[in-house]
Design a protein around this ligand. Sequence first.
Ligand code: UD1
Ligand code: PEP
Length: 432
Amino acid sequence: MDRIRIHGGVPLKGTIAIGGAKNAALALMPACLLTDQTLALSNLPHLVDITTMANLLAQHGVTLALNGDSRHGGHTGRVLELTAGTITNTTAPYDLVRKMRASVLVLGPLLARCGQAKVSLPGGCAIGTRPVDLHLKALEQMGAEIELQEGYINARVKGRLKGAHIIFPQITVGGTENLMMAATLAEGETVIANAAREPEVTDLALCLVAMGAKISGIGSGTLRIEGVDRLHGAEYSVVPDRIETGTYAVAAAITRGDVELVGARFDLMEAVIKTLTECGVSVEETPRGMRVKADTGDLVGTDIMTEPYPGFPTDMQAQLMVLMATAKGASMITETIFENRFMHVPELMRMGARVNVHGASAIVRGVPRLSGAPVMATDLRASSSLILAGLAAEGETIVNRVYHLDRGYERVEEKLAACGAQIERLKGDAAE
Ligand SMILES: CC(=O)N[C@H]1[C@@H](OP(=O)(O)OP(=O)(O)OC[C@H]2O[C@@H](n3ccc(=O)[nH]c3=O)[C@H](O)[C@@H]2O)O[C@H](CO)[C@@H](O)[C@@H]1O
Ligand SMILES: C=C(OP(=O)(O)O)C(=O)O
């Protein structure tokens, strides 16, 4: 298993290119199941999760063709052509779904196109139990009959799904995405109230519209989808990754560096920028993205609470905690989305961070310096927080279980090394 070795303390200087958003791509790819024509996605990140989704779609009968560099909508990158000419298999097996929870996003499209789907229940993960009950209840409202058997969701519908008025009792990103896809081919109008407004949901909605779907209220908490008989192929460019952007913004700040994040969408970063600014980091929009600078003055702590978009994203909580750990004063971090998303705390404490967790809140007391240590991550953003801690720490840090990181960050060590970081990937299966 690969590990990452870092010698901390170098202020990062230079530019980092931001890739397409993992969480948008993972919703856009299954949208190909809604049409027999080709969906061409550009600005796709090169990540393990994308390969997992490609493998899942391939076993449903989707043909995939990866073409070299191209430019769509101003973005460069590879173009993945996905064609679900005939769906040969409507089962999403446990072996693939357990690797990645976003696999459950094939449920809505398969049900809408084929009238049936059998999808393994995703189960929990390190950050929480993460049920999919809200996806299932909403699909039942649209006429699906759903049974849970032997760890699988067995869903069927007689004829077409029917438009329905769905009020999500809690905001769910994946639930909104699954339902929106299902509703595009349903009979009549579906209204999704209390819908997630995350930019990745908006990206999916815009792609579905490019495929011929009728959706209004995009970007708001109420989506209206008028079902159509068929969708067609489209070309679509994946929105830049706001979590990758935020992670490198913290890397620049925590090393007291000066970095331009090329391709970043400043307008999608409001809550993170507000927090960074409160800490004393300078963040400004540039023609190519945004510039993050913290090479003068002290950084100070601030409080954050994770919330659905446009609130502060839970996927940035661990990274901000590391910044707070080295900022002056105390900060309070409250996690409201997932019940178990402080798994990074014990590892950060091994590096000298002072953190007390009380239920859903953590009090972080800044220390002048973290010290390098061997550490181990349990999930994706926890891994990135340990990389950030290593960049700021005195001495050597080895981050184990890098496979979590490879789910969501492309060439992380190359991007950081290009800005001066002393970081390298150690290949192989050395003991963890
Ligand atoms: C692939 C992807 O896009 N992942 C993102 C997506 O995850 P995901 O789509 O899984 O997250 P949700 O928004 O659905 O989950 C939010 C909360 O609702 C709960 N819930 C959700 C559905 C349900 O049927 N029942 C239920 O109780 C979850 O357990 C969680 O506590 O949004 C999260 C919240 O922004 C992000 O952290 C993840 O990175
Ligand atoms: C939690 C995340 O992803 P997933 O929903 O795929 O577990 C994440 O991207 O931080």
